[in-house]
Design a protein around this ligand. Structure first.
Ligand code: RIB
Ligand code: CA
Length: 314
């Protein structure tokens, strides 16, 4: 049976591929896409969600815009990584997929409480919407099967030496989510940096010979240019689809139980995820933490999903 999920995202090149994987893989029932400010301002992340759904022919999944700024601190964006549009590279026409006139939190609450079985939340962005959902609607917890998020790291950060962007952009929201007591899986940089879109992956996408395959290759080509310039990566890591892949087949993303705390007050470490993989601090386990990726299975599912959607578009 397909797993019902809601993706909360900030497209974003890798968010876009996460949406395609969720919409194109038969193991997932994508109930909704909600957007939040992160890689770019809310207007742009929402427009980009509409753009990717338009080119992929995803017309039956509601898109709702959420929070335009973090809970406490000022908004930061990642235009250095994703460009001025938030999804630079391909040229997109005017999107035909519209958003629904509901706030993302209200849409999530309505869908979660109305769905016949618990739903998996897959945040691939700052956790502002998710934190607001859990605090405004505590009744929703029983309707959440688990939270499988892209964020944090067991090692170094990518926005500061200690903090990964999704957590650093709204640490208070992340702290609420990690202390919620809900089943939670964290796919951090330590594992998403294994999801490199190497030239053979781009060749497979181009080889699909569909418009969507070409758009994905162009997205990854732009992403590669910023990762080469900023971090010297030979190929770009596709962070966000790793969280979706974990829901599709837990064998693709191997995890270890750990206690995870979000640092809020460290002068140099605010936004860090402190992952205690060896129980040094004797704190209760509150997360499954991704530690290894089956690259072949991962890319086979990503490319398979893009192929499925691309063929249905012709
Ligand atoms: O640090 C990587 C994360 O930040 C990804 O979700 C990427 O899309 C950005 O949001
Ligand atoms: Ca993202």
């Amino acid at each position: 049976m397909p797993v019902p999920i809601i993706i909360d995202c900030d497209p974003g090149h890798d968010d876009a591929v996460a949406i395609l994987l969720a919409a194109g893989d038969p193991a997932i029932d994508l109930l909704a896409i909600t957007t939040v400010a992160g890689n770019q301002v809310l207007e742009k992340t929402t427009l980009n969600a509409r753009r990717i759904c338009t080119v992929a022919g995803i017309t039956d999944v509601p898109i709702a815009a959420g929070c335009a700024r973090p809970l406490v601190q000022p908004l930061i964006v990642a235009d250095d990584v994703h460009g001025a549009s938030g999804m630079d590279g391909p040229r997109f026409g005017e999107p035909t997929v519209e958003i629904v006139p509901e706030h993302a939190v209200d849409l999530m609450h309505r869908l979660l409480t109305g769905h016949p079985e618990p739903v998996t939340l897959v945040p691939t962005a700052p956790l502002t919407n998710i934190a607001l959902l859990l605090t405004r609607h505590p009744d929703v917890a029983e309707h959440i099967r688990e939270i499988v998020l892209m964020g944090g790291s067991t090692e170094r950060g990518n926005r500061t030496p200690a903090a990964e962007f999704n957590i650093y952009a709204d640490p208070e929201a992340a702290d609420i989510v990690f202390r919620s007591g809900l089943p939670l899986t964290m796919c951090g940089l330590n594992v998403t940096h294994q999801a490199l879109a190497t030239p053979d992956v781009l060749a497979r996408l181009d080889g699909l010979d569909t418009e969507l395959g070409r758009i994905c290759a162009e997205l990854m080509t732009f992403f590669a240019s910023t990762y080469r310039r900023l971090w010297g990566f030979e190929a770009p890591p596709l962070h966000d689809p790793v969280a979706v892949a974990r829901v599709i087949d837990p064998e693709i993303v191997h995890c270890a139980d750990a206690s995870v705390a979000v640092e809020l007050h460290g002068t140099h470490t605010r936004g860090a995820t402190v992952v205690d993989l060896h129980q040094y601090l004797d704190r209760p386990v509150n997360a499954r933490v991704a530690v290894a990726l089956d690259r072949k299975k991962f890319w086979d599912r990503v490319i398979g999903a893009v192929d499925t959607l691309g063929r249905s578009r012709g």
